[in-house]
Design a binder for this molecule. Structure first.
Ligand code: ZN
Length: 273
């Protein structure tokens, strides 16, 4: 599933191509992709200028003049491609820009969504803080986790607690911070909080530098693959040796999601200060 680094990579790739252009059509090959009142909303955005492309958590935001925005959520297998893929039967929508750019929303599992919104702040208000911004501090992370007795792995996946982190990067960050995924979120020591804060930012920044992780279907708009998965220590590495100690990486279920970790480096109750 595309997480923050993958969506940010897509944002950086498409912004220079579509910002400053007019949206001349939103072609819906599968109308169920659209959220909200489709007829009125759609007529409100055709012809509008795209003033920028931003991101909030895992959502891509195409900001239009007049306060409108197109909010794209890729979910499990969504991709935005500059060329029509072959076969094209998984293309659910096509955005047509005035400079001839086409963005094909390809989506094998058909879980992705496009929402047309007038109130961008309102639509993102319930998301947790952005982990790569300057105001995301160790103390903010502590406050975000403080009220939650759920396993820290589950807390990191909750977009209302921290935005943008998904299964792969949560596993990587917990490994880097030496924290067992089942540790209750509100029981992390100050030392663990600060290691986790640093690890979250490091794994996300590193993955952006590698243009995301192409474990499954993720691809850049150009069709190229990211290389961040080559740096993974535990995510998708079950039974591989831990790069630090050689112990085989194991997997536990945490609230119906798999968590990969090193049972030796990430021991429960491993409150190392
Ligand atoms: Zn280890």
């Amino acid at each position: 599933m595309p997480e923050l680094p993958e969506v940010e990579t897509i944002r950086r790739a498409i912004e220079p191509l579509i910002s400053g252009q007019h949206l001349i059509n939103l072609e819906l090959r599968d109308p169920s992709i659209l959220r909200g009142d489709t007829s009125t909303l759609r007529s409100s955005i055709i012809g509008k200028l795209v003033t920028g492309v931003s991101r909030r958590g895992k959502q891509l935001l195409l900001v239009l003049e007049g306060g409108w925005a197109i909010v794209i959520h890729l979910r499990m297998t969504g991709a935005l491609l500059l060329e029509e893929p072959d076969p094209s039967r998984r293309v659910r929508a096509v955005l047509h820009l005035s400079n001839g750019t086409r963005l094909y929303f390809n989506d094998i599992r058909r879980l992705g969504t496009i929402a047309l919104v007038k109130d961008l702040d309102g639509c993102c208000r319930r998301l947790g803080p952005e982990p790569l911004t300057g105001d995301f501090t160790p103390d903010i992370l502590r406050q975000c986790l403080a009220g939650h007795r759920i396993p820290v792995k589950a807390a990191l996946l909750d977009q209302h607690i921290v935005a943008g982190v998904g299964n792969m990067y949560a596993d990587e960050a917990l490994y880097e911070a030496n924290i067992h995924p089942l540790t209750p979120a509100n029981e992390l020591s100050p030392g663990q909080i600060s290691r986790l804060w640093e690890a979250i930012r490091a794994v996300l920044q590193r993955a952006i530098a590698c243009q995301g992780a192409s474990i499954a279907t993720y691809a850049l708009p150009s069709g190229e693959r990211g290389t961040a998965h080559n740096l993974f220590n535990v995510a998708h590495k079950k039974d591989a040796p831990c790069p630090r100690c050689g112990t085989p990486i194991t997997r536990v279920m945490v609230r119906k999601r798999g968590a990969s970790f090193c049972p030796s480096c990430q021991q429960p109750g491993n409150h190392l200060g």
